[in-house]
Design a binder for this molecule. Structure first.
Ligand code: SF4
Length: 486
C-alpha cells in the first residue's frame, strides 16, 4: 500500500473483478497533507473495499484543484477541500468541497454549483466566531449556535445547535433571526458578491467564472431550485429523521411512498396523503431528476433520505433495489464524501412486519442504514390521548425487535422516538423507563432514543431538567429530537 499518492484533478480508486464477475472497488481514505500549485499530496490512511455484485462504478467526478486569489481585502479560495467525513468537534469543521469568499467582515461558502451554502459575519456584532449560518437545499437559513456550549452536546449529541427560522419543537436555543447582524448577512450577500466582482483586480478566468456563476444563482434562482426539488419529490419533506444529524442533515430526499399509516392526531408534521407507494418507475425517474438537479455538487453527498413518513412500509424488494440504484446513480462509491448512509422512517407495524431477510440483505450493502420508528409512548392512556392508533403491547413488541436488530446487525441502527411534555398521563414516564431501563440488562451503544417535546413554538426550559433525568436513567443513548425540515 503506498504511503502517499499524487493527486491533481480528482481522487483515484481502483477496481478489480473476480472470476464470478464481482466488482471490487478499492477506495483510498486519505487526507490532504501538502497543498501544491497544481495538486495535492494525499496521505493514504486506509483502504475501504466495497463489493457490489455485477456493478459498474459511476465515473468519478473531476474536482478541479484548489486555487487562491486575493485583491483589495478580498480572498477567494476556489474548490477548498473540507472533511471527507462529518466530524463532531467543538469548533466548526466543514465537510465537502466548497469555495470560500472572505472579506474583512464576511465569510461566504459556495458549493460546486456556485450556490451559497454557508455564511457568517466577522464583525464585533456577530454573536460568536464559531457560529454560522447554513442554507439548506430547501432554501432555509439555519443558524448554528454554540448554545454557550452548556449541555448542547449532552442534549442533542452535537456541539452546535441548529436554530430554525420556522416554528419547531426546540427547547433550547435563542432568537438569532431577530439579530440585525444575522439578517444583514442573509439579505445582503448577493450585493456583496456584485461588489466583489466589480472591485476585484483582474481576477484570473476561473475566479471570474466563479463570480459570474454565483451572480446567476441569485435569491430568485435559489428559491426556484428548492421548488424544483420539492416538485421532483412530490412535496417538501416536513421532517427529517433525527439520525440525519450524523451527516449534518445533508441528505438527498427520495420519496418511495407518500404519507403514513396512522395519521396520529397529535402530529404536527403529517400530511393529508394516505399511505401510497410510489411505483418503481416513479422512483427511478426521481433518481434521474435528482441527479441532474444536484449536478456537480452531487460529489459532496453520501446520504439519502427515503421519504416520506413510513418508507419501511414500502417493502423490502423495492427498498433494496432503490438503495442499489442510488449507490450507482449518485456515485456513492467515488464521491468526495466517503462512506454512504440511508435514512428512513418506519412505523411499529412496518418494523414488526419486515422480514429478517431484509436486515440480512441490508448488512451486505455498502450503506450504514438508520431507521427511525415513532413509538411515542408505552402507556396505552398516553397513546390514546395522542390519537396514535396502536396498542402499548405493539410498542413493547416493537421495542424488543429494535433491540434484537441492533444487537445482531452492525451497519443498521434502528432508533425510536418518544414524546415527553407536561400534562401527559402519569404512567407515561414509568412505562418509558420500564422499556429503556428495566427491560435492558446492560447499557447499549446504539439504538438511540429521541425524546420529542410535544409543543411547537413554546419552549419550556423546565422540560430540559425532565429530559436530563430521563437521559441519565436510560440504558440507550438518549437525545432531544429537534424537528428539522428539508
Ligand atoms: S407521528 Fe408518524 S405515523 Fe403519526 S401522523 Fe405523524 S408522521 Fe404519521
Amino acid at each position: 500500500m503506498p504511503e502517499s499518492i499524487w493527486y491533481s484533478s480528482a481522487y483515484c480508486y481502483t477496481t478489480t473483478r473476480n472470476e464470478a464477475g464481482t466488482l471490487n472497488t478499492h477506495l483510498p481514505i486519505h487526507s490532504i497533507t501538502k497543498p501544491q500549485q497544481s495538486g495535492y499530496q494525499l496521505s493514504v490512511n486506509a483502504y475501504r473495499d466495497i463489493t457490489i455484485p455485477g456493478s459498474t462504478p459511476a465515473a468519478p467526478v473531476a474536482i478541479p484543484p484548489t486555487q487562491f486569489y486575493s485583491s483589495n481585502d478580498i480572498r477567494i479560495t476556489l474548490n477548498k477541500r473540507g472533511g471527507r467525513k462529518y466530524t463532531r468537534m467543538s469548533f466548526p469543521v466543514h465537510a465537502g468541497v466548497f469555495t470560500e469568499v472572505e472579506t474583512q467582515d464576511l465569510q461566504l461558502h459556495f458549493n460546486l454549483n456556485g450556490e451559497i451554502i454557508r455564511a457568517k459575519g466577522k464583525g464585533s456584532g456577530w454573536t460568536h466566531p464559531h457560529e454560522w449560518l447554513k442554507r439548506t437545499m430547501g432554501n432555509d437559513w439555519i443558524y448554528y449556535s454554540t448554545g454557550g456550549y452548556t449541555g448542547v452536546y449532552e442534549t442533542t449529541g452535537e456541539y452546535y445547535l441548529p436554530n430554525m427560522p420556522y416554528t419547531t419543537n426546540g427547547l433550547l436555543g435563542g432568537k438569532p433571526f431577530q439579530l440585525d447582524e444575522v439578517n444583514t448577512v442573509i439579505e445582503t450577500w448577493p450585493e456583496r458578491i456584485t461588489d466583489i466582482a466589480e472591485t476585484a483586480t483582474s481576477p484570473p478566468d476561473d475566479f471570474r467564472h466563479f463570480l459570474q456563476n454565483v451572480a446567476k444563482n441569485n435569491l430568485q434562482s435559489l428559491a426556484a431550485k428548492a421548488a424544483d426539488l420539492f416538485s421532483i419529490c412530490g412535496g417538501r419533506s416536513t421532517v427529517l429523521p433525527p439520525d440525519t444529524r450524523h451527516v449534518d442533515y445533508n441528505v438527498i430526499p427520495l420519496t418511495v411512498a407518500n404519507g403514513c399509516l396512522y395519521k396520529c392526531s397529535f402530529c404536527e408534521v403529517k400530511n393529508k396523503k394516505p399511505f401510497s407507494p410510489k411505483s418503481t418507475e416513479a422512483i427511478q425517474s426521481q433518481i434521474q431528476k435528482l441527479k441532474k438537479l444536484y449536478g456537480r455538487d452531487l460529489t459532496n453527498y453520501n446520504s439519502i433520505f427515503l421519504g416520506e413518513h413510513d418508507a419501511l412500509h414500502r417493502g423490502s424488494p423495492t427498498l433494496l433495489e432503490t438503495l442499489d440504484s442510488c449507490y450507482q446513480e449518485f456515485g456513492f462509491s467515488t464521491n468526495y464524501m466517503s462512506g454512504c448512509n440511508a435514512f428512513l422512517f418506519g412505523s411499529a407495524s412496518s418494523l414488526l412486519n419486515t422480514p429478517e431477510s431484509f436486515f440480512k440483505e441490508l448488512e451486505q450493502l455498502p450503506y450504514t442504514v438508520y431507521i427511525n420508528i415513532g413509538l411515542e409512548s408505552a402507556d396505552q392512556q398516553t397513546l390514546d390521548m395522542l390519537g396514535k392508533p396502536i396498542s402499548s403491547k405493539l410498542v413493547t413488541d416493537c421495542f424488543q425487535r429494535i433491540q434484537a436488530i441492533n444487537d445482531t446487525y452492525s451497519t443498521t441502527e434502528i432508533t425510536a422516538n418518544f414524546v415527553f411534555d407536561e400534562g401527559l398521563p402519569d404512567n407515561h414516564v414509568p412505562s418509558f423507563l420500564h422499556l429503556v431501563r428495566d427491560s435492558l440488562d446492560r447499557n447499549k451503544p446504539k439504538g438511540c432514543i429521541y425524546l420529542s417535546p410535544l409543543k411547537f413554538g413554546s419552549p419550556s426550559r423546565a422540560q430540559t431538567f425532565v429530559f436530563n433525568r430521563l437521559k441519565v436513567l436510560s440504558r440507550v443513548p438518549t437525545f432531544l429530537y429537534i424537528i428539522q425540515r428539508l
